[in-house]
Ligand binder design. Structure first.
Ligand code: KG4
Ligand code: ZN
Length: 331
């Protein structure tokens, strides 16, 4: 049995986890910085980096203690090496380097997006390559064909904002606080999704890319006009987002070739309306639909450890100790 220690620090969650190659999460700990960033309505990179530096080492100690595993029993140390806020990524990566050096263990520098992309297989051992993945979070908005470890075909990305970012900005406009996704979803449940006319950016365009900046501006105009109730704006915004996702995914699936399932991951996968719409789309295409449980959808370290395990299983080499932290790192 292999055990990998995973470390995640690319945004506003500090996390550590121990995962085995038979898909058991032996222990995991996560420290959210929501409260620290809430007054600013978004993540402040400097505050995030400082918080990671304070919290990470005790979290690692905690998961090792809880699982009663020693550093020596770990087969590798896997850490997010990008993409993300560079200060935070450096804290996690340098910590992993120190542990790898001290324990004479292989270091695995993991692409955070690869962590998200492979996380469904940690939750579901029956999920086979290749599968279609909609990755929607605060920082990412992509459609991928996940073909194997290190083999990702990106069919679409956003040309401006990520979907979670659009939810967060809508929440800010409507005065709902940060993070905004869950608050917008709650308010939308009380509103009329047809009440406010909002654009569906890029709908029908040839490439399956996303764009949400125009939608956000339209939300701002609708709010400033004073003509609409906040719950109607929230519901109409959410419906516009769903329509965009379905249209873009239809386009992507048409050019993707065979896949075993449609999978959604990332924080926005928590949204019930979006999940239900995706289930319907999958059914229309005769595809299985699956989403990892929520704690594996949002940023976490178990997905980083799991990506490390999949890399080990695929025979990947350890990364050198001078590997760089990368603010940008497309899959
Ligand atoms: O994956 P995640 O935790 O962090 C990033 O990698 O960005 O995703 C956080 C994002 C935030 O933008 C948040 O507003 C959004 O996911 N989110 C939601 C919901 N829950 C979280 N968006 C829509 N509906 C939700 N229920
Ligand atoms: Zn993420």
């Amino acid at each position: 049995m292999r055990i990998v220690l995973g470390i995640e620090s690319s945004c506003d969650e500090t996390a550590a986890a121990l995962v085995t190659d038979d898909r058991r999460i032996l222990a995991q700990a996560i420290a959210s910085q929501e409260e620290a960033h809430a007054p600013y309505g978004g993540v402040v990179p400097e505050i995030a980096a400082r918080a990671h530096a304070e919290r990470l080492a005790p979290l690692i100690e905690k998961v090792l203690d809880e699982a009663e595993v020693t550093l020596d029993q770990c087969d590798a140390i896997a850490a997010t090496a990008g993409p993300g806020l560079i200060g935070g990524v450096m804290v996690g990566l340098v910590t992993a380097k120190a542990l790898a050096m001290a324990g004479d263990k292989p270091l695995l520098a993991i692409n955070h997006l690869e962590g998200h992309a492979l996380s469904p297989r940690l939750a579901d051992e029956t999920l086979e390559y290749p599968y279609a993945l909609l990755l929607v979070s605060g920082g990412h908005c992509q459609i991928l064909r996940v073909e194997g470890v290190g083999r990702y075909r990106r069919l679409a990305t956003t040309i401006d904002d990520a979907l979670g970012e659009a939810f967060d900005k809508t929440a800010k406009i409507l005065g709902l606080g940060y993070p905004g996704g869950p608050a917008v979803e709650r308010l939308a449940a009380q509103g009329d999704a047809k009440a406010v006319r909002l654009p569906r950016p890029l709908r029908g365009s040839a490439e399956p890319h996303f764009s949400f900046a125009g939608l956000k501006s339209a939300v701002l105009r609708a709010h400033e006009s004073g003509d609409h109730r906040a719950e109607d704006i929230a519901a109409s915004f959410q419906q516009a987002a769903v329509d965009c996702i379905l249209d873009r995914l239809e386009k992507a699936l048409a050019g993707m070739g065979d896949v075993s399932a449609l999978v959604v991951a990332g924080g926005v996968a928590a949204n019930r309306t979006i999940r239900t719409a995706l289930e319907g789309l999958a059914a229309r295409h005769g595809l299985r639909f699956t989403a990892p449980p929520l704690p594996l959808c949002t940023d976490n370290a178990a997905m980083i450890a799991w990506a490390g395990i999949e890399k080990l299983q695929a025979g990947a080499d350890a990364d050198p100790l001078d590997v760089s932290a990368r603010p940008r790192w497309p899959l």
